[in-house]
Design a protein around this ligand. Structure first.
Ligand SMILES: NC(=O)c1ccc[n+]([C@@H]2O[C@H](COP(=O)([O-])OP(=O)(O)OC[C@H]3O[C@@H](n4cnc5c(N)ncnc54)[C@H](O)[C@@H]3O)[C@@H](O)[C@H]2O)c1
Length: 442
């Protein structure tokens, strides 16, 4: 795709979020509080990071907004869908992520965000039991109703553009089936035939968003836009897609820490990651079929950073079929911790002459506090990409994602290495700002 400078935004940017739970309400409250000058958007690259443009005597370090025409926080208008009818203020209170002092100043704005009825199928998240759900004839009707929601939102708010972000619960694992997910024609036929097994609700949201001219971002590990049928739709509608799974806590650490082992040429025998968390996300992930989706996403990170075939002496010492070294990820639902997830990583490494050592990382994080800035960055950068004429999979957004989308039909290997991902991000910002991409990804 030819690189192109991004056009300046006109008018307001609608941000329609699927799921009005802990992450979404923390994201929304933070943006609204920042707008009032009452909070700082810490952790957001689009608001804080500075990158170099130009070389030699011409080099300057600039914020993204001084390189590319990003939408302003003041221009964002929020909307959402959820299975439960609680408005954004009630839902934020229930989530218990933010303190009253960080919610009350924007109470009215949050109360005005009332979720539209969800496109939902209980078979995809058995532990949810809300009644704010659309009555649909079939999957195609689900798409049609969602398209109408997007059109109505645009009409009612007068926004110029809309980005759709999935920050709803993780759905059960849907393996890619080439016969259904391989082409747009087959996917549409399956929707019309009401094939509930292969067409998840998230696919209906993505299909509706792309068809209505909205970029779509998958923040959970669901099989949704990472299938050839959706790539075809994104090409046809010229819309950006990004996914999948916000890279927040443990995987962020992993994709930043694994390069230390790799660069220093140390050996790896095994990496055991375990988590406890007690929010609704944890409750849904306690269901084995939903956990499977997360596990696949979390496991993929190490394999492309520490590659056993490249360094059999260093990484070939375990006997795990896929990775050689033992790589295990566990998540346990533990209500007392609510949104404050605790992650432990035990890393068994070895050094000179094979002598073993251990590294332990204990991250006491706050899930939604880490995810909120990613929502903002993904939304603003997808909107920017669309104005720069970029469409299809946005690989430069891999930095923000646990399981970056890649064309597996062509044998493409995803880039999981945090610092290589950062180079891709910086180069894309440079290009969309009319500068040359000038760093090598190696
Ligand atoms: N916070 C993190 O660090 C992090 C990292 C990576 C991914 N995620 C993912 O982000 C998502 C949101 O996390 P959360 O903590 O806000 O969860 P949450 O349970 O608080 O909120 C999710 C909301 O989605 C709603 N929902 C479920 N299915 C829906 C549908 N089909 N349509 C509309 N609404 C639907 C639920 O009712 C719920 O209110 C989860 O999938 C989680 O795995 C979170």
């Amino acid at each position: 795709m030819a690189t192109q400078k991004a056009e300046a935004p006109k008018g307001k940017l609608g941000v329609l979020v699927v799921g009005l739970g802990a992450v979404t309400t923390t994201f929304m409250a933070g943006v609204l509080m920042t707008r009032k000058g009452l909070a700082k958007p810490v952790g957001s690259m689009t608001q804080y990071d500075k990158i170099r443009v130009g070389k030699g005597e011409d080099k300057k370090y600039l914020h993204y907004k001084d390189i590319v025409p990003l939408a302003e926080l003041d221009d964002i208008v929020f909307g959402a869908w959820d299975v439960y009818p609680a408005n954004a203020f009630e839902s934020a209170v229930n989530a218990e992520v933010l303190k009253a002092k960080d919610l009350l100043p924007v109470k009215e704005e949050l109360e005005a965000i009332k979720p539209m009825k969800a496109a939902f199928d209980k078979n995809y998240a058995k532990r949810l039991d809300g009644d704010n759900v659309k009555d649909v004839k079939d999957r195609w009707d689900m798409v049609e109703q969602l398209r109408e929601d997007i059109r109505n939102f645009k009409k009612e708010t007068g926004v110029d553009r809309v980005v759709v972000l999935w920050a709803a619960s993780t759905e059960v694992y849907v393996p890619v089936d080439e016969n259904i997910h391989g082409t747009l024609e087959a996917l549409e036929a399956a929707m019309k035939a009401d094939d509930k097994e292969h067409v998840s609700p998230s696919m209906c949201y993505a299909y509706a968003a792309l068809s209505e001219g909205c970029p779509f971002i998958m923040g959970a590990p669901n099989t949704t836009v990472d299938i050839p049928a959706m790539w075809e739709l994104a090409e046809k509608t010229k819309m950006p897609i990004a996914g999948k799974d916000f890279k927040t806590g443990q995987t962020l650490v992993k994709s930043g820490f694994a390069p230390i082992i790799g660069t220093r040429c140390l050996g790896l025998n095994g990496w055991f990651s375990t988590n406890i968390l007690g929010n609704r996300d944890g409750l849904v992930l306690d269901e084995p079929a939903n956990f499977r989706t997360k596990e696949v996403s979390k496991l993929s990170t190490l394999e492309s950073i520490l590659v056993p075939e490249d360094q059999p002496d260093l990484y070939g010492h375990g006997n795990d079929e896929d990775t050689q070294y033992y790589h295990k990820v566990r998540i346990n639902y533990y209500p007392p911790r609510n949104d404050n997830k605790e992650g432990w990583d035990n890393i068994d490494i070895f050094g000179w002459m094979g002598y073993p050592m251990q590294i332990k990382i204990n991250f006491l994080c706050r899930d939604s506090i880490l995810a909120a800035p990613l929502c903002l960055d993904l939304v603003l950068l997808s909107d920017l990409a669309q104005r720069a004429g970029r469409y299809g999979t946005q690989r430069f957004l891999s930095f923000f994602l646990k399981s970056p989308m890649h064309d597996y039909t062509q044998g493409e290997v995803p880039v999981n290495h945090l610092f290589q991902q950062y180079v891709m991000l910086k180069n894309a910002i440079r290009e969309m700002g009319g500068y040359e991409a000038d760093e090598e990804i190696d």
